[in-house]
Design a protein around this ligand. Structure first.
Ligand code: SF4
Length: 78
């Protein structure tokens, strides 16, 4: 059962850094886009995460006004 706000130690998931796919830039940018799309809609931790000002600027400057309109390859900001 999923719980929120407990005092248990967090579960640590090891990074698969020895896998060549770990260093695939296109996969990493795709995952960042997926995560930022979720965070742009959620905004629960907007006051805690320094990513938001840049994310909001990029979305505001995009053609669609959404995360999917941000050109991830040319911005160099994420
Ligand atoms: S809580 Fe924060 S990190 Fe999690 S989805 Fe919402 S904005 Fe993103």
């Amino acid at each position: 059962m999923a719980t929120e706000g407990n005092l248990q130690a967090p579960t640590r998931h090891p990074l698969d850094w020895k896998n060549p796919e770990f260093y695939n830039e296109d996969a990493a940018l795709g995952e960042l886009g997926r995560i930022f799309d979720i965070c742009h809609g959620c905004r629960r931790c907007v006051s805690l995460c320094g990513t938001f000002p840049t994310l909001f600027d990029l979305v505001d400057e995009s053609k669609t006004g959404e995360v999917d309109g941000v050109d991830k390859k040319t911005t160099g900001k994420w």
